[in-house]
Design a binder for this molecule. Sequence first.
Ligand SMILES: Nc1ncnc2c1ncn2[C@@H]1O[C@H](COP(=O)(O)OP(=O)(O)O)[C@@H](O)[C@H]1O
Ligand SMILES: [Mg+2]
Length: 273
Amino acid sequence: MNPALNPTPLADETAASTLPLLRVNQLTRLFGHEKGCQDISFDLYPGEVLGLVGESGSGKSTLLSLLSGRTPPDRGSVQYRADHANWLDIYEAGEARRRQLLRTEWGFVEQNPRDGLRMSVSAGANIGERLMAQGARHYGQLRETAIHWLQQVEIDASRVDDPPRAFSGGMQQRLQIARNLVSKPRLVFMDEPTGGLDVSVQARILDLLRSLVRELDLAVILVTHDLAVARLLADRLLVMRRSRVVESGLTDQILDDPQHPYTQLLVSSVLQA
Ligand SMILES: Nc1ncnc2c1ncn2[C@@H]1O[C@H](COP(=O)(O)OP(=O)(O)O)[C@@H](O)[C@H]1O
Ligand SMILES: [Mg+2]
């Protein structure tokens, strides 16, 4: 049996690298019959990229919002293991702790970069903000780091003082990625990060994300309705339909040999497109 399909607790839980980063148990939030998500359980390991796929309205964004501490569940739990620390139940911890996680060890890349950037302050300030939240004060170093990160996301260093509203959509999305990754998060949530962009621009951002995720050994939970994006970035997939996970497993396995009729339909509709 494939261990990724059914992550059982490992025998030696003292080896930190083999412990999950996130433990999700029976997570449920419903807005109506089969609207939202229900009974979602999985473990996410450090450095792993998990894709949430499924048709529009299947509950992907709701689940992401519960996982990232933004919306309290009706029931179920999300436990996060901070570095060298015990499990933290993120909804038992206070709102302040969740916000702090989102500013430091976690990142959240919004589909629309305007929702994740401060549009009227400079690109450099957008990148520096999380570092300042972590206590960085040295202006020269902040600026140097900002320029380094602009280059990482292929934005010319000369744009450091420009506000994001002067950028194209693709540049704004790359800036949002830099703003999130600068604090070296361990876990990054992304909701359709290339969904609003032209296809040519998407390809470049996907390439960039792929190399950054590897380089930084990031764990990522990625919502996408685009199976090509899932194929490119995700190690493992949860397939959602009407608020439930109907299939889960390794990305290649699911896309090449889908078991559930709904997944078969999803995969075949992409092939025909
Ligand atoms: N805040 C909300 N209030 C009421 N219904 C909601 C809310 N958020 C999502 N829904 C409903 O829950 C279902 C799942 O939505 P969503 O999680 O956004 O799906 P997806 O991201 O897969 O397209 C949809 O039917 C949506 O209309
Ligand atoms: Mg959505």
